[in-house]
Design a protein around this ligand. Structure first.
Ligand SMILES: *Cc1c(COP(=O)(O)O)cnc(C)c1O
Length: 464
């Protein structure tokens, strides 16, 4: 399988190159040149498979010419063996024909573990084979950093540097990163905000001269194709456990960078009967305004109770737009170039296609807390604020009560105690494997908000 850039530059690449970089050199995102697809019979044959077996079926065609099946199987099996629920991604019933798919049973209690556990192992496999070393550099406003550290810390061949805004993330989130052990693990608290951290990372990627010869940076945010690919599996898993593919089902997805819901869009393109795909946003709602009103306009970012969705420009939306513009890179480049300064529209036919693919709803903080409270009272299930945004949007957008509606439960409620408290519910205890989190020693270096402070730290802390 070959991968091409959405911006049309460069030669097609294989999976290994795509895994080891992140962004394409022309600034675009990698997508498969053509998607694999599965017949109804094949999908039906997966019913009853354990999660790791099903995930292997879904991932294999994307990597087959780079990674041998036995190696892929080991990476996938080891990744999900560490989850604290035997079903890995259990379904919980909220109401008749309404469900959540719990994606928070991994080591850091958010869905990002699904992809980053596998990504870390794939990376280690490829680097060992190549006798190569790399540095991972990423910025986090919360969940990505800890999932990346947990996923990659075991690799002898990786040094990992995660930037977070100093004193601007929750204590649980900070401790989940700063208590990770390993001399290849570096937490850098930047005296600035999340945007400052991201700017530093972008600049470092664009000029990697500070690294020794043969060393390169790897991106682990959701622009890395490997993360999207791994997430496609749980859409199939939910479906075969709810009577698919013989009947369709719908998904509501709490959306920030558009990675998770894009994986659902791909599952549908690959043959899974999906009725509705609901883009659930908080008040940072550029995607909802585009889908519901054909207006794509960047506005100021507002902090909310669902901070992992406090994103204005969703990087992965470019991957969907590329398909929408019939894979014409020139049209995509034009749209992206103008989107920073103008309010954009697409023509009526294209907008209809957007609406055929997605429904959407924007949920306020008040509605989020009310939904946490309501579901708790109705069924005793405690939702985290991101999941509550998803459930609210699902209930607002649902067009056919006969079709099962599944909201992706993206985080464990203990990670977001503020919203739970605001909903008037006592904070739940930390799960057993994290029960001593507040006592563990922390390791973190505070740095000035400057590129040279970070690149200087990096080059002096790489292992030989
Ligand atoms: C990252 C994250 C999201 C948003 O996912 P995207 O793939 O960026 O759309 C939603 N909820 C939680 C808890 C997250 O950590």
């Amino acid at each position: 399988m070959k991968y091409i850039s959405t911006r049309g530059g460069g030669e097609p690449q294989d999976f290994e190159q795509v895994l080891l970089t992140g962004l394409a050199p022309d600034g675009g995102l990698y997508v498969p040149a053509s998607l694999p697809s599965f017949s109804r019979d094949e999908i039906a044959g997966w019913s009853g498979l354990p999660y790791n077996e099903l995930a292997l079926q879904v991932i294999r065609p994307f990597v087959a010419d780079t990674i041998a099946e036995a190696d892929l199987r080991r990476c996938v099996d080891e990744s999900y063996a560490g989850f604290s629920h035997r079903a890995v991604a259990p379904l919980t019933m909220l109401d008749s024909n309404e469900w959540t798919l719990e994606l928070f049973h991994g080591p850091t209690l958010a869905f990002k573990d699904f992809a980053l556990q596998v990504l870390g192992r794939l990376l280690d496999h490829v680097l060992t084979r190549n006798d190569q070393r790399v540095a991972i550099l990423g910025a986090t406003s919360g969940d990505t950093g800890s999932a990346a550290l947990e996923g990659c810390r075991h690799s002898e061949r990786v040094d990992i540097f995660i930037l977070h805004p100093h004193q601007r993330i929750s204590e649980v989130q900070r401790r989940q990163m700063t208590t990770v052990e390993g001399d290849n693990v570096h937490n850098l608290a930047i005296r600035g905000n999340f945007d400052d951290c991201q700017k530093i990372v972008k600049t470092a990627f664009s000029n990697q001269d500070f690294l020794p010869a043969g060393r390169q940076l790897v991106a682990v945010n959701s622009i890395n194709w490997a993360r999207i690919m791994v997430q496609i599996a749980y859409y199939f898993y939910a479906a075969v456990n709810l009577g698919g593919p013989h009947r369709p089902l719908s998904f509501s997805v709490p959306t920030g960078n558009f990675g998770d819901i894009y994986a659902g869009y791909l599952a549908r393109q690959m043959g899974l009967p999906v009725d509705q795909l609901v883009v659930a946003t908080n008040r940072n709602d550029i995607l909802h305004r585009f889908i519901s009103g054909n207006s794509y306009q960047v506005t100021d970012l507002a902090p909310t109770y669902s901070p992992s969705m406090d994103i204005m420009v969703s990087s992965n939306f470019e991957r969907f737009l590329y398909d929408l513009f019939d894979r014409d890179p020139a049209r995509l480049r034009d749209f992206m170039a103008r989107s920073n300064s103008e309010s954009l529209q697409v023509d009526e036919a294209h907008w209809q296609r957007v609406r055929e693919n997605f429904s959407s709803y924007a949920v306020s903080d008040e509605q989020t807390c009310a939904m946490i409270r309501q579901v708790y009272d109705e069924s005793g299930v405690l939702l985290d604020p991101h999941t509550a945004v998803g459930v609210k949007a699902a209930r607002e957008c649902r067009s056919d009560p006969q079709v099962p509606m599944v909201t992706l439960a993206t985080a464990h409620p203990v990670k977001f105690a503020d919203a739970i408290k605001a909903a008037g519910i006592p904070t739940p205890p930390l799960p057993a494997h994290l029960s001593d989190l507040m006592e563990r020693p922390e390791r973190c270096t505070v740095l000035d908000n400057s590129v040279s402070a970070v690149t200087g730290y990096l080059s002096s802390h790489l292992r030989a």
